[in-house]
Design a protein around this ligand. Structure first.
Ligand code: NPW
Ligand code: ADP
Ligand code: K
Length: 457
């Protein structure tokens, strides 16, 4: 059982291709199923203790994994029963079924057990469970103390994270071979509980990875404020938003932060206030220019945005500014560019997302030739070269006004510090999530900005 941070994410088709490549190289489907079932049995043995186990087996290879796991648990002396929705239909699942010598109970009338293992459907699910199967799964899940899904909870769409009808929330999901988008994208991810990968001995490369803790070492001994990175934040109508972003940039490790468009000193005194003019924007030491938080959408906002776009600084575009640009206006910039839309801003800039959030973020990155941070309860970061990073579940108390401004400031600090755009965006999302995790419940965005420093440590 491997924790998923930093591991690859494969769609159903990519997983099938990896399995097919292993099969073409001489590993049989039955061997892969034995490895999967053995990994599941081992995990269940450790998680279930001495409690009785009920394994639900479906008609495909997910069900095959279930039969293998049942046979192995029985051989290990565990109390295990099997219930099925019908006969297995794939050759590998039929062979696996033959290894299980115990009874197979009808799913609809199966008695509950303290530990429920769902091996009904995996990556092959193409539509909603029939009403009887869905009801039985829901009933048995409610009556169990521990629920474990094999590969994915039955009823979630592997690739886009949608759910077909009612799907119980599992405690643990054992991803076979690699994590899939459904383990990270909502609403499916919330049904998965804790996700662990069960290796099945095949290479699983992918352009998509799960967010992992970035390298956040202290500045080198010879650092000075400008080598740590200078961030300039453009202030707009709602000054608080830009202040929050600037505070976040400071607490995320920028060496020098300036707020452009404000001249009256106020706390924090480390924040340098300057007029927004050509001279300030021409400062060659600016390592990242952030525009959008609280900018407004009036003529002044448009004028500020034009000024920012006329520079060749690395740029982070957030909030209102995302309503004032088009992908075509952005796509020929040469300097690094990061856009940080939430769902509404994404739709305004790129149109309603077609397909999964992952696919939509990737397409948007190509269209704007920018790194996209598509925010929400799940966050997808995508670069124009096709690489993508998905952040797992974050503290839902992040749903508070200004937390996006804090994220934009953190990303600007990491971009100014010299990271590539994708790395800066990923490190910013990680730091933001970690700060929220440390704060726990009901924090405000001001606290979140300050907590970035502790998260960095
Ligand atoms: N490939 C490999 O080498 C390995 C694969 N592994 C395992 O296999 C899993 C994928 O297996 P899979 O492709 O057989 O699909 P699976 O999810 O079991 O179900 C599909 C079956 O259900 C049917 N069906 C679909 N929707 C339905 C519905 N709503 N209600 C009723 N039926 C429905 C569909 O038939 P259909 O009716 O659509 O023609 C098909 O018969 C994967 O998650 C992993 O656990 C591991 O063992 C490692 C090696
Ligand atoms: N339910 C949630 N669970 C986890 N993170 C969330 C949730 N809702 C919002 N977030 C995160 O909080 C931030 C909100 O950003 P945004 O919507 O731009 O807020 P604001 O405009 O108020 O600053 C994003 O980083 C987003 O990913
Ligand atoms: K399953």
């Amino acid at each position: 059982m491997i924790p998923i941070a930093g591991t690859p994410v494969l769609t159903a088709a990519e997983m099938r291709a990896a399995e097919d490549a292993a099969i073409a190289a001489g590993t049989s489907v039955d061997t892969l199923m034995q490895r999967a079932g053995a990994g599941v049995a081992d995990a269940v043995r450790r998680l279930a203790g001495v409690n009785d186990v009920l394994i639900l087996c479906g008609p495909g290879n997910n069900g095959g994994d279930g039969y293998v796991a049942a046979a192995r648990l029985h051989a290990a002396g565990r109390s295990v029963r099997v219930a099925a929705s019908g006969e297995p239909r794939t050759p590998a699942a039929i062979a696996a079924r033959a290894l299980w010598t115990g009874a197979v109970e009808p799913l609809a009338t199966a008695a509950p057990a303290p530990v429920l293992v769902d091996a009904l459907f995996g990556t092959g699910l193409s539509r909603a469970l029939d009403a009887e199967t869905g009801a039985a799964l829901g009933r048995l899940a409610r009556q169990a103390n521990l629920t474990i899904a094999v590969d994915v909870p039955s009823g979630v769409a592997t690739d886009d994270g949608t759910v077909f009808g009612e799907v119980p929330a599992f405690h643990v999901t054992l991803a076979l071979g690699a994590a899939k988008p459904a383990h990270l994208l909502q609403p499916a991810a919330a049904r998965c509980g804790t996700v662990r990968v069960i290796p099945i001995g095949i290479p699983t490369d992918s352009a998509t990875q799960i967010l992992a803790r970035p390298d956040l070492t202290a500045p080198p001994v010879d650092a000075h404020k400008f080598t740590r990175g200078m961030v300039a934040v453009v202030r707009g109508r709602m000054a608080g938003a830009a202040q929050l972003a600037a505070s976040a940039a400071m607490h995320a490790g920028a060496g020098y932060v300036t707020l452009l468009g404000a001249t009256i000193p106020s706390a924090p005194h480390a924040l340098v206030r300057r007029r927004l003019d050509a001279e300030a924007l021409a400062d060659p030491r600016i390592g990242a220019l952030l525009i959008g938080p609280g900018l407004g959408r009036d003529d002044d906002a448009c004028a500020s945005l034009e000024q920012a776009l006329a520079t060749d600084h690395p740029l982070v575009v957030d909030g209102d500014a995302l309503h004032l640009v088009t992908p075509e206006r952005l796509c020929d910039r040469h300097a690094p560019l990061i856009l940080t839309p939430h769902a509404g801003e994404f739709a305004a800039l790129f149109g309603a997302p077609a397909g999964s959030k992952l696919a939509a973020a990737r397409d948007a990155a190509v269209r704007a030739q920018a790194t996209i941070v598509f925010k929400g309860p799940d966050t997808v970061i995508a670069a124009p070269d096709g690489h993508a990073i998905i952040a797992g579940e974050a503290n839902s108390w992040l749903s508070t006004a200004g937390s996006g401004d804090v994220l934009a400031g953190a990303i600007a600090a990491l971009l100014a510090g010299g990271r590539r755009a994708l790395d800066a965006a990923a490190a910013g999302v990680w730091l933001h999530g970690e700060a929220a995790r440390r704060l726990g419940p009901a924090f405000i965005a001001d606290d979140l900005a300050v907590a970035l420093a502790g998260a960095r440590a």
